[in-house]
Design a protein around this ligand. Structure first.
Ligand code: PLP
Length: 393
């Protein structure tokens, strides 16, 4: 099956890299001790976690104790946002949060709940038509009671990259905590937390060729954080619960491989992405790229096709062995266009036509060329079934 299909949904999830599986295997049935214990089995697990933490810290340019292993990107975002907001509120620092309208629900819904149930207020700073936020607008939204700014590093639907380092610098200058969701960015962009000026940064294993069910949260030393979970002393009390040793080892290996492969893969995928984008725009009338033309993730090609709905496009692509997504996997099934496209000013009906093709390490030029051959006919077919559509040519 793998050999016949063309998988272009890496932004939803990635396969686990064989070297990651290999690194994890010894920690299921061989070294299985609870890392909190005193005996040799336990010490071996603890040593594996220590070593994984050091590996991750090296990639992030931080101290090992600033690395927290979590269960996923969603959990990393939740611990950071709730933990920081609650700590600041408890300390009487204020209750105002600044964010953008294009955040993943792991961030957006968390902040909404803090506002609806926990006495916070938020300013949602708009983005432009490419999905980018202007740091000056973030600066203008700051109030004396602002305690947290959360802006994603790169968007999951349209791939637009945000000026995170700049926003981090202005947050730092005003003594405001800064969180970034780097779940989509981690596979492609620099992750030095000091260059990025972040206090909290979230990563998910399954977007970077590690398994589902493991994440990382970077927490800058001495940052105020009231952990949403209580329990044992694991992960410096920031994420209690017996450690998932094989998955921790796996995500650390995946982070190491990222750094090794990043330059070559970014160049390779960018070239394929651009071939895909220019081929689609040239050969499909009424097609439009969504997101930023250049400041976008190397693997993201997102389109809008006037006169189409995404679901039949996806169905026809699937029949042709091509696996893609409409907008984001997380919002598939909702009848409304994504909140991201709406925030970018995409009209309602056009927003329903969003197609996201996201490339990855196993994507080849032959696969991209197959998509370019098949897609124009599919769009034509879907449009022919839409009586309201008038051809743009
Ligand atoms: N943040 C972004 C930008 C994402 O794309 C996703 C997943 O799609 C998440 C957070 C949630 O990550 P996880 O699936 O590991 O909970």
């Amino acid at each position: 099956m793998e050999h016949q299909t063309i998988y272009l949904d890496h932004a939803a999830t990635t396969p686990v890299e064989p070297q990651v599986v290999e690194a994890m295997l010894p920690y299921f049935s061989g070294t299985y001790g609870n890392a909190s214990g005193m005996h040799a089995q336990a010490r071996a697990s603890a040593a594996a976690i220590d070593s994984a933490r050091r590996q991750v810290a090296e990639v992030l340019g931080c101290l090992p104790k600033e690395v927290v292993f979590t269960a996923c990107g969603t959990e990393s975002d939740n611990i950071a946002i709730r933990g920081a907001a609650w700590a600041q509120q408890q300390a009487g620092k204020g209750n105002h949060i600044i964010t953008t309208p294009i955040e993943h629900h792991a961030v957006g819904h968390t902040i909404n709940q803090l506002c609806e149930r926990f006495g916070f207020t938020q300013t949602v700073v708009p983005v432009d038509e490419t999905g980018q936020v202007n740091p000056d607008d973030i600066a203008a939204a700051i109030r004396p009671e602002t305690v947290l700014i959360s802006v994603m590093y790169a968007n999951n639907e349209v791939g637009t990259i945000q000026p995170v380092a700049e926003i981090g610098a202005l947050a730092r200058a005003r003594g405001i905590l800064f969180h970034t969701d780097a779940v989509q960015a981690a596979g492609y962009l620099p992750l030095d937390v000091n260059a990025l000026n972040v206090d909290f940064l979230a990563i998910s294993g399954h977007k970077i060729y590690a398994p589902k069910g493991i994440g990382i949260l970077y927490v800058r030393q001495n940052s105020p954080l009231l952990p949403p979970y209580t329990g044992g002393g694991h992960e410096g009390k920031r994420r209690p619960g017996t450690e998932n040793v094989p998955y921790i080892v796996g995500i650390a290996k995946a982070m190491e491989l990222l750094v090794e492969k990043r330059a070559a893969e970014n160049a390779r995928q960018t070239a394929l992405r651009d071939r895909l984008i220019s081929g689609v725009l040239a050969n499909i009338p009424g097609s439009r790229l969504s997101g930023h033309p250049t400041q976008r993730l190397p693997n993201n090609a997102s389109f809008l096709f006037a006169g189409c709905e995404a679901d039949p496009i996806l169905m026809h692509l699937d029949l042709a062995g091509i696996q893609a997504a409409s907008g984001s996997a997380c919002s598939t099934g909702m009848p409304e266009p994504s909140h991201v496209l709406s925030a970018m000013g995409v009209p309602h009906t056009l927003g329903l036509s969003a197609l996201r093709l996201s490339l990855g390490r196993q994507t080849t030029q032959a696969q991209i060329d197959t998509v370019l051959k098949v897609l124009p006919g599919i769009i034509e077919k879907v449009r022919s079934l839409n009586p309201a559509f008038e051809s743009p040519v």
